[in-house]
Design a protein around this ligand. Sequence first.
Ligand code: ASP
Length: 592
Amino acid sequence: MQGFETLKHKRSGYCGSFRKNDAGRKITVYGWVQRRRALGGLIFVDIRDRTGILQITFDETLNKEIFDRAYTLRAEDVIGVTGTVRERGDANTKIATGDIELLAEDLQIFSKSETPPFEIVESSNVNEELRLKYRYLDLRRPDVQKPIIFRSALAALAREYFIRNDFIEIETPYLIKSTPEGARDYLVPSRVHPGSFYALPQSPQLYKQLLMVSGFDRYIQIARCFRDEDLRAERQPEFTQIDMEMSFVDVDDVIEMNEGFVKRAFNDFLGIELSLPLPRMTYREAMERFGSDKPDTRFGLELVNISETVKDFGFKVFADTVAAGGSVRAVVAENSADRLSRREIDSLTEFVKTYRAKGLAWIKYGEQISSSFMKFLSENEQQRLIEKLDMKPGDTAFIIADRDQVVFAALGALRLEIAKRFSLIPENRYDVLWVTEFPLFEYSEEEKRFVAEHHPFTSPMQEDLHYMDSDPVRVRSKTYDLVINGMEAGGGSIRIYNPQLQQKMFEVLGFTQEDAQARFGFLINAFKYGVPPHGGMAYGLDRLVMIFTGCDSIKDVIAFPKVQNASELMSGCPSCVDCKQLEELHIKLTEE
Ligand code: ASP
């Protein structure tokens, strides 16, 4: 059996780090062969590591033995080269080390590579399945490495910032009690306790609150979270949060602490100076103006509520909707009339239907006014509507009449779609803001009960406490979401620290005392022994990396991501296990 080469020399530096002023130095580099070209008595080998590429020249007249071995090199072989840096006659402006080359005096070949299933080059269009199957090769590509390396820098900044502000990094367990609320838990069977299960945490929420009860005062963790949901494009079964919690604080304190972090991140990584305090918008305002709780404020197309204007029009669709407690709202796309064909309008109509809107009414103010419904209005009504919408020649208005929920969802999505189609979103602009005062509860038609909009430990606003019994959906909460360019980058809340209020909360959510005790007993008990007022938030680290690097798939910011059906293509998990393993876990599979 052949042995293996041991490293003869210490690495002098990364391949991509050498420059003109290194000329004359004797150095050693290690890396992968990018390519090899033979040119008469010379062989050129590009060597690559994570920092870049360096050209190596093997000269036949200098050392025949090394030259002959260099001749055998193929792409992705792993080598070490020692030699002298010299300036190149023909500088290669495409690479950072293009002014120099390394004249080889020694070559070590550590391992040979088979022909890889795809070439290791930037921005190649290899299909995703193949990339993920050979993820370790995919990850050799510089553009694929970039977000992964950035991710490390962002996590390091989070640690540094919070720890400098007296936060303590504490790990919370990954094997915990199942307390599902929101998403489905991943379960882990216990071998020692037949029939019992751990859950993987959906977030460290309860533990970080308990750490406040313990007096740690300020907690930070870069924590993995697990949610067994059907994956949408932006989701992964496991994802990472920058998770923080602090004691003796109210909304402003948590926001202020986190704005310091966000400002640092924008400054350090994008060179953008955010001015603090960041703008804040209540949930109500965000919905009214943008139809979304994560408003993209980089462009106009704001919603206009025309319910008051149209409620007594002869046109029944509008009047009836308002009478039934719904609303009629519009967005006006300026200077769009001549660009919006009937086909385009039809496709926007189909688009809003995917948000459960029954239809899309429109007015096109071109040379003349054309509209899907204006013929049903009197002249005076037409006039009043155009005025209310503040329409000018060239504008197009889109109107939806429905329940508020549907109107907001459909128009909120429509304004984004129009902005995309008409390229209205400015590049290189970052709108960073807080959305606050979310409703505490949402009524779930499916479960026929109130569910927590954030989670059951979120504090109501003092002013709204009296609605807890009479009209829960009116209760606003001490919540705040950080929104960057229309994406939710993080969110959190001030927590309930009063045991009676927590009990009340469980009651409204429909838990009996026994239910609550069975699920959250350890928290309820802890709250009997002196709880500081506390609150915190969590950032989606994956999402933040996407925003900062401009990646548009969450898979691009995770080293070993899973695909849509929650499997990992490289290792092939999830997979069957031995009967023996199942036996030990006291698990029997059913026939199917
Ligand atoms: N644990 C919450 C979440 O995962 C964040 C928080 O309230 O701190 O959304």
